[in-house]
Design a binder for this molecule. Structure first.
Ligand SMILES: NC(=O)c1ccc[n+]([C@@H]2O[C@H](COP(=O)([O-])OP(=O)(O)OC[C@H]3O[C@@H](n4cnc5c(N)ncnc54)[C@H](OP(=O)(O)O)[C@@H]3O)[C@@H](O)[C@H]2O)c1
Length: 266
């Protein structure tokens, strides 16, 4: 299926690792041009190396901290300077911590929300005027099934995700009259650096023992008997960002190996 992403321009936050990098590579293969943003230059450079020979679109990378409110306009400006326009925003940079109420002081909540909630809101606000003016554009929010499955051990991340599912639906209403779509993706366990860090035992174990425990946890993480891989999420994001998904807006799609038990939607 040709997604028709050839010639489109996408900003991908957190585009240097995990789901974000896989999405950048997928979009490049489809002929889109990508501005990938993250804090660490090394992983951005590794993404450039990974893209070599696979891409038909152009890749630019930018060092940016999405927890800082001044960053958003600079990212959009850079994208327009580099590629002349923006068609797609993939809000993906996020990393809320695990923790119960007694383990999460205000500072942790505020830090997690700065990135995972306000990072997405501010990026959406930065692209929305151009999207409305060009009467086209897609925002894909990479959220997480933690927002659909409340858990005492993932309070800040889960509640930020719940808020982002709400935000996705509500912003879609604003975009619809202008032909601007806003969609969400709710990944379950995806075997990225971040998720492996969650399940890796904190005890002092040998590398082999720790890896064995991680492998077991990934196996038990979903009814399908495995964690997802970033490329599977990237395929879904690329589809949702494409005109093939032109009738999908305001929806958040779960990609979780059947893990979400809460309700039939999502
Ligand atoms: N993996 C899962 O199981 C899973 C499940 C549900 C939802 N999600 C969501 O999916 C998204 C991607 O997760 P992932 O597992 O792919 O994570 P990952 O492998 O840790 O990659 C995270 C990316 O975000 C960047 N990033 C982190 N903090 C940033 C900041 N302050 N400013 C700019 N960039 C930042 C990282 O680069 P730098 O560190 O260099 O900045 C990296 O490129 C997250 O929003 C996460 O909540 C993941």
């Amino acid at each position: 299926m040709d997604l028709g992403l050839d010639g489109k321009v996408a900003i991908i936050t957190g585009g240097s690792k995990g789901i974000g990098r896989a999405t950048a590579l997928r979009m490049l293969e489809e002929g889109a041009s990508v501005l990938a943003c993250a804090r660490g230059m090394q992983a951005l450079e590794e993404t450039v190396t990974a893209a070599r020979g696979r891409e038909s679109g152009r890749l630019a990378v930018m060092q940016a901290d999405l927890a800082e409110s001044a960053t958003m306009d600079k990212i959009v400006e850079r994208c327009i300077a580099e590629f002349g326009r923006v068609d797609i925003l993939v809000n993906n940079a996020g990393s809320a911590r695990l923790g119960r109420i007694d383990e999460l002081p205000d500072a942790v909540w505020l830090e997690d929300y700065q990135l995972k909630f306000f990072g997405y809101v501010r990026m959406a606000r930065a692209v929305m005027p151009a999207f409305q003016q060009q009467r086209a554009g897609v925002i894909v929010n990479v959220i997480g099934i933690g927002g659909l499955m409340p858990s005492a051990g993932y309070l800040s991340g889960g509640s930020a995700n719940a808020a982002l599912n709400h935000f996705t639906k509500a912003l879609a209403d604003q975009g619809a009259p202008y032909g601007v779509r806003v969609v969400g993706v709710n990944p379950g366990p995806i075997a990225t650096e971040r998720y492996r860090g969650f399940v890796r035992p904190k005890a002092a174990l040998s590398e082999a023992e720790a890896e064995k425990i991680v492998a077991e946890a990934l196996k038990e993480s979903t009814p399908l008997g495995r964690a997802g891989n970033p490329e599977e999420v990237a395929d879904l994001i690329a589809f949702l960002a494409s005109d093939r998904a032109a009738f999908i807006t305001g929806a958040s799609v779960a990609i979780d190996g059947g893990k979400n038990r809460n309700g039939l939607a999502n």
